[in-house]
Ligand binder design. Sequence first.
Ligand SMILES: Cc1cc2nc3c(=O)[nH]c(=O)nc-3n(C[C@H](O)[C@H](O)[C@H](O)COP(=O)(O)OP(=O)(O)OC[C@H]3O[C@@H](n4cnc5c(N)ncnc54)[C@H](O)[C@@H]3O)c2cc1C
Length: 456
Amino acid sequence: MPDTEIYDVVIVGSGPAGIQATINLQGYGLKIALLDDSSTLGGHIYKEVQKNSTKTDFFEQDYLKGFDLIKQINLNKISYINNSYVWNINPKLEIYYSQQGTSYKIKAKKILIATGSLERPFPVKGWTLPGVIGTTAAQILLKESLIVKDDAVFIGSGALFYYVISQYLDSGAKIKAVIDTTPLNNYFKAAKHLPKALLKFGFFIKALGFFAKFRKHKLKVYHFVDELMFEGDDELKTVVFKKGSKQVKIDTDIAFIHNGLAPNINLQLQVGCDYEYSKATRTVNIKTDEFMQSSVDNIFVVGDGKSIRGVDVAIVEAKIAANKILNDFNKIQKVTTYQKQLKSHMQIRDFLNTLYLPHKNFLSPSDDDVIICRCEEVTLKQIKNGLERNCKETNSIKSFTRCGMGSCQSRFCGLTLLEVISKHTNTPIEELKYLKIRSPIKPIGIEEMGSLVEYE
Ligand SMILES: Cc1cc2nc3c(=O)[nH]c(=O)nc-3n(C[C@H](O)[C@H](O)[C@H](O)COP(=O)(O)OP(=O)(O)OC[C@H]3O[C@@H](n4cnc5c(N)ncnc54)[C@H](O)[C@@H]3O)c2cc1C
């Protein structure tokens, strides 16, 4: 049962950022609640690490070290409210969440949002066919249930993409082929960031280890693929792509796709946090000051839910925000901004962002039949129709086509919609506004709303 009093700090998200913030805040006599929609602590990177902590032959150290982080939380000193989806926050710092079919309302003096990331959409023909699944879903099945699928085709790009392939090989699964969509040009562009990136020597050693492993397992890898589609009537049958001027077809019933990560921003936007479009990552990021304070008073945003910068930065940002919160409560005098640590972890970011920026064909499709909004099955053609009828921005397209109105509330189409509007109206993407996100950020039943339990 949740606590009945107002909390000093409510933290949303129990990934590394939310956990680190909790660790730094506990022990000062503050009343803290940590909410997450999962049943266990760890977020995405450390999902189920408590359960898997002894499986050292199956999982590598990078993942298992999450257990050491989680062990530092003193669950007797905080209210840990799991299986709870936060669907509304307002500027009065009231938090509404849903747990097992009942909604609750609690209040906070400060809120720290650490909602992490989502996989960026991969809008190509056939991407909604059963059998075409996010690469991180493959990882979740592995971490949660040790389930793998033989003869899958992995398609995509990015550090996380190679990491999951490596985890898959470690699990003993057979991989049919890897279709690498990293554009050749990106290697040249990223080269200028290499000297700074090389200071993060360990990263490159790890990457070399992955590629040596791929060679050892004789993985069939197709590089520089920039055109592809999925074929099948009711489910995936074939992956079709171009390799130079040649068309290649691979029969498979399972493809794991990955087009990079994007911040999970719906809660932040719903409460009114300012945002900005990053051309470097082609994502919508949340603006904060150096202490991670957002534009809404007493709401802090850290980690991937602010911008995608990896687990180490997420942890440092959580420490910075926790420090500022402790200072605001007069629990500590000095506010540290951990600039040295932050700078050190950021050394590799420009390199990674440039190297793994998706090919333009995978940001904005050119085939009219491609589905942009999976929930409402809105195609590119319908969006172009809207643009022709003078709906020139995201929200009017949403009203005209229902793109972004479905159960995911634009999480899987918002970025593609921006790209499509920018391309077809010749408007610089950073000048476009993102969709207005309203509460509840995830559909909940009327009955559940009616049963709202208030603790005041
Ligand atoms: C599926 C997935 C797998 C990943 N795997 C790896 C990996 O293996 N290695 C790696 O280096 N990086 C991985 N990453 C990236 C990694 O998550 C980040 O680098 C880092 O963990 C960010 O930490 P965080 O605390 O900001 O967010 P996260 O770890 O993403 O934690 C956010 C938490 O908030 C919860 N949440 C979100 N919205 C709500 C809400 N409204 N109400 C309640 N709870 C909510 C989420 O369920 C999640 O538990 C992965 C990302 C994803 C999306």
